[in-house]
Ligand binder design. Sequence first.
Ligand code: COA
Length: 261
Amino acid sequence: MSSYQNLTVDVSERIATIAVNRPDKLNALNAQTIEELGRAVDEVIERKDVGGVIVTGTGEKAFVAGADIRELSQMGPVDGVDVSRAGQRVFRRIELSRKPFVAAVNGFALGGGCELALACHLRIASSRAKFGLPEVKLGIIPGYGGTLRLPRIVGKGRALELMLTGEMIDAEEAHRIGLANRVCEPERLTEEARGLLSTILGNGPVAIGLAIECATRGMEMSVDDGLGLESNLFGLLAATDDMREGMTAFLEKRKADFHGV
Ligand code: COA
């Protein structure tokens, strides 16, 4: 496993947990943390012993309180493009991963932190979580994909309200608008995220990956192109051992034993 200064990465029972670990800076994403996150995401995607990933923040207060404002304050326009692209690349890799990523949002998920949660496939919020895109308060806009992903998840009107006011919403409101899939007490967050991933990982791994691909790519193309993708991947699954096993197990009234092939 690679070594990281600003992250911890643990793997147990096929679930990797990546925790951003700069609690004294509320886990703000500086350039080094983005670089490490990119490596950690590549590592867990490639590891054969990992089926799904939890992304979270260290400490009680923050998931990730945004990009590092001290670093951003020094940027010029050319660096600005690079900073944005570096984060976008990492977050896109998460979004397009065929392994499910669940954000366990334990506190502030602001700016780049909210965008990190948006790039994950599912979001579970502790009742103490707060979400927001406060970039306009700093004279910038979200630069890690938030302007695209938030409207796709909660609708354009709600997304623009968050982006234009820069105000935070609590976990209940995030749940109400579909930004958080579930809300739980802070002490149950890890258990809830692991439970959700364990349920997912009991299903056919190839099917899980292709469902993520269809939902993600499908929202980025025309309905006809998306339907074409869906039928091709549906057909591809008909060639897998997992499909035969899943259907045979149903007919034999037993639990399926999937091998991801
Ligand atoms: N970038 C850099 N440092 C940050 C940060 C960020 N996005 N968010 C918090 N920090 C640092 C603070 O500067 C402070 O560091 P210090 O102790 O060296 O002064 C430390 O984390 C603790 O934050 P603090 O502001 O003292 O905590 P708080 O409880 O008073 O407020 C927040 C919490 C989240 C409301 C506040 O930190 C905040 O508004 N952060 C910025 C959020 C933001 O605009 N994100 C989008 C960036 S594009």
